[in-house]
Design a protein around this ligand. Structure first.
Ligand code: SF4
Ligand code: SF4
Length: 350
């Protein structure tokens, strides 16, 4: 009997990765992404607009990158480097943070005893590369070839604190996944660059509306590969969670506050949101304009037809889940659909 191609041992392996994948929403704005060119994409990241959607093969590839770290550490130790992957006092990864706890990241390690500068302590960053990316790295160096990695290291150095101020050096170690060839580069601390990146993060965190687009053209090469393109250039309403709700605000200690219920919202609850969710109006800007609002409701006008719909908590108003689930936004204000929904206490589903 011919077994369908979709049901093989390999597909079961990939499926396992997909079944156990996380949503990709990080509690904080990560230092690893602050070097992105598009401030709007970073704002969408911080506000959990688009869940990660990677297939099993890609998820396994990410795992390969994580597994490489143990080998990097062993290699560095064999070369005489003293390296700490975790803080000996807490046994946790070294973490740095800024912007009231909403920006930060975890270091791969810190090390001393590099042949090129045996006395200096370094932030250590470890990465795996494809053949093409590795060749580019060898040719141009990390600042030019991998600006996001460079930015990440600048933030890490800037936010470390030693008796002599921030660490002044980072060591970037990378491997070519095709050939196992290694690359190492020492990176100098650049205070101005790090300060600019901190300001960039602060601006993203403080803004209650999406920041400007990198490009208005959806065919721009970075937009074509951007996770948020369907919300940014299309009509996809973002994920429904507390970060996309107009009632939420980032406050001190990396926490979020809900104005609707006047309480802090723990991270696990933020992921679920609640029935009172109302979209931050700018997130629906691509297909609707705000006409009016009241206590716990907003009235929008569709750009396409000029018809109006109301979103809110009451059963006769559309919920955010319904707006999210609806592909063709014209349905939201269709009088016939509204009448059926009202008559049969129906809900719009995907
Ligand atoms: S689609 Fe383009 S402009 Fe929009 S968030 Fe992504 S990179 Fe930025
Ligand atoms: S109203 Fe609900 S979804 Fe909105 S911030 Fe508060 S708890 Fe979150």
């Amino acid at each position: 009997m011919k077994i369908p191609e979709s049901k093989t041992t390999i597909s079961a392996i990939y499926q396992h990765y997909e079944d156990h994948a996380e949503d990709g929403f990080r509690p904080h704005l990560g230092a690893s992404i602050i070097g992105k060119d598009c401030a709007r994409a970073l704002w969408y990241d911080f506000h959990w607009c688009t869940p990660a959607s990677f297939n099993g093969r890609m998820l396994r590839l990410f795992e390969t990158g994580q597994m490489a770290e143990d080998r990097f550490v062993a290699n560095l130790r064999n070369a005489g480097v003293t390296i700490f992957e975790t803080d000996p006092q807490t046994r946790q990864q070294f973490r740095v943070q800024a912007c009231a706890g909403h920006f930060g990241g975890s270091l791969d390690g810190i090390g001393q005893g590099f042949v090129e500068a045996p006395k200096a302590w370094h932030v250590v960053e470890m990465k795996t590369h494809s053949e093409k990316s590795f060749k580019d790295l060898q040719k141009k160096g990390v600042q030019e070839a991998k600006p996001q990695h460079f930015a990440q290291m600048q933030i890490y150095m800037h936010l470390t604190s030693t008796s002599d101020g921030p660490m002044k050096r980072a060591y970037y170690i990378a491997v070519n996944k095709n050939t196992d060839e290694l690359y190492g580069e020492r990176v100098k601390y650049d205070k101005d660059a790090a300060t600019r990146l901190i300001h960039k993060a602060a601006q993203i965190i403080a803004s209650d509306t999406p920041l400007p687009k990198l490009n208005e053209d959806p065919t721009w090469y970075q937009c074509k590969f951007c996770d948020h393109r369907n919300t940014c250039h299309g009509q996809q309403a973002p994920a429904v969670n507390c970060r996309t709700c107009l009632h939420s605000t980032p406050v001190d200690n990396g926490q979020w506050h809900c104005a609707r219920y006047d309480c802090p919202v723990p991270e696990a609850n933020q992921r679920k949101g609640c029935a009172s969710h109302l979209y931050i109006p700018h997130l629906l800007y691509s297909f609707a304009d705000v006409m009016d609002s009241g206590e716990y409701w907003v009235r929008y006008k569709l750009k396409s037809t000029g018809q109006e719909f109301v979103t809110g908590e009451s059963p006769d108003q559309l919920s955010s889940q319904e707006i999210h689930a609806t592909e063709s936004k014209d349905i939201l204000a269709d009088p016939a659909v509204q009448a059926i929904r009202s008559e049969f206490q129906g809900r719009l589903v995907g």
